[in-house]
Design a protein around this ligand. Structure first.
Ligand code: IPM
Ligand code: MN
Length: 350
């Protein structure tokens, strides 16, 4: 049987947990005999003509394979290089960022039945990176919204709802304030909704959604929420908080020609191993690989390898539900390797 080549971007090499959580995913995939050949590439920023760019080898690999799994890459705050995460999204025109948020059994939070999906426009809005200082003390950051990108992400959201048995699409906005940009985003969603008579459609204000989801996430269980870029960034973290944080939430950046699946959490330099032996790939063993693993399962489903996804998901979720061999962030004492081994053991026992 042939194998599918998939690009693996482990994440920041020496300062983050990317390599160790990637290692965990690889071990689990080997145990499940997933027909995937990992093509590992580094995405350490390279300086080219004063600009930080992604190494050509990484770009070529993603282009060729069209599917990639990516660990965390740190994004500096304020001055510093442009976010490589954004550069990847932009380079491959990954227009829809899909962030499911589903309660994990065994990890107790205020609600045990969160089950919603956020779809975030992923190429423009406040992330366009158009900023300038007009005069001293006055800065302008442009929020760019186009009909084309709004329509495209709206259509993706409706297709997603249809394919995944969700009955409603809610467009989340602040068109009471951003009358023109969000107003147009809504108009695009509304137009697309006409093509999907079987899916209910409504619109709601971002601030109200934040309040309601926190107070009672249940009404959001059968739907998909679609929204402009920055709103999706913020609301997806808030929803992640409802199920236990970014260590448990997967994410996929979908494009026409390529898709990159990634953990949304940061590179966690505080718990990563660096210094003593930078070549050593395995760190302190504190990192939880669940978010990257669940992202990779979105990737498998995207590749129509559902059976493998289901097997691994069952093994991982039951390991967490059992609660005996879980990492510190989940309230356990296991190292990354012990947690990984527990999942592998369950896979073998299945
Ligand atoms: C995310 C992250 C990124 C974003 C950062 C790292 C650039 O927070 O994927 O949500 O703001 O989109
Ligand atoms: Mn974010």
């Amino acid at each position: 049987q042939g194998k599918y080549a998939v690009t693996l971007i482990p994440g920041d090499a020496f300062t983050g947990i990317g390599p160790e959580i990637s290692h965990a995913v690889k071990a689990i995939y080997a145990a499940a005999e997933v027909p995937i050949e990992w093509e590992e590439v580094s995405v350490t920023p390279v300086l080219k003509g004063g600009k930080t760019v992604i190494p050509d080898a990484a770009i070529t690999s993603v282009k060729r394979n069209t599917v990639a799994l990516k660990g965390p890459l740190a994004t500096p705050i304020g001055k510093g290089h442009v976010s490589l995460n954004l550069t990847l999204r932009r380079t491959f025109n990954l227009f829809a960022n899909v962030r499911p948020c589903v309660s994990i059994k065994g990890f107790k939070t205020a609600y045990d039945d969160v089950n919603t999906v956020l779809i975030r426009e992923n190429t423009e809005g406040e992330y366009s990176g158009i900023e300038h200082e007009i005069v001293d003390g006055v800065v302008q950051s442009i929020k760019l919204i186009t009909w084309q990108a709004s329509e495209r992400v709206a259509r993706y959201a409706f297709h997603y709802a249809q394919a995944n048995g969700r009955r409603r699409v809610t467009a989340v906005h602040k068109a009471n304030i951003m009358k023109m940009s969000d107003g147009m985003f809504l108009a695009a969603c509304r137009e697309v909704s006409g093509d999907f008579p079987n899916i209910a459609y409504d619109e709601d204000l971002l601030d109200r959604v934040c309040l309601q989801v926190c107070q009672n996430p249940r009404p959001y269980a059968d739907r998909v929420m679609v929204m402009p870029n920055l709103y999706g960034d913020i609301l997806s973290d808030m929803c992640a908080g409802l199920i236990g944080g970014l260590g448990l939430t997967p994410s996929g950046n979908i494009g026409r020609d390529a898709s990159i699946f990634e953990a949304v959490h940061g590179s966690a330099p505080d718990i990563a191993e660096f210094g003593a032996n930078p070549i050593r790939k395995i760190g302190k063993g504190l990192a939880n690989p669940t978010a990257l693993l669940l992202s990779s399962l979105m990737m498998l489903r995207h590749m129509n390898l559902n059976t493998y996804a289901e097997r691994i998901e069952k093994a991982a979720l039951s390991t967490i539900a059992e609660g005996k061999t879980i990492t510190g962030d989940l309230g356990g004492k296991a190292t990354t390797k012990e947690f990984t081994d527990a999942i592998v053991k369950r896979l073998h026992a299945q």
